[in-house]
Design a protein. Structure first.
Length: 60
């Protein structure tokens, strides 16, 4: 597991929490920011997954 995978998962979780809190308090702005942060985390996690896959392929 590399730093991009870890950081991506943390951002994804934080964004999901922010999105739900925004929805609960009726703030579309916070809900949208949370969704954006969640998507950013997913992209970073996928980037980390790809880096790990390349590293594994090279090491074989």
């Amino acid at each position: 597991m590399n730093k991009d995978q870890v950081a991506g998962r943390i951002k994804e979780a934080a964004g999901e929490v922010q999105e739900h809190v925004g929805r609960a308090v009726g703030s579309e702005k916070h809900e949208a920011k949370g969704h954006a942060k969640e998507m950013e985390g997913k992209v970073q996690k996928n980037y980390g997954d790809a880096k790990e896959a390349v590293k594994d392929a090279v090491n074989k």
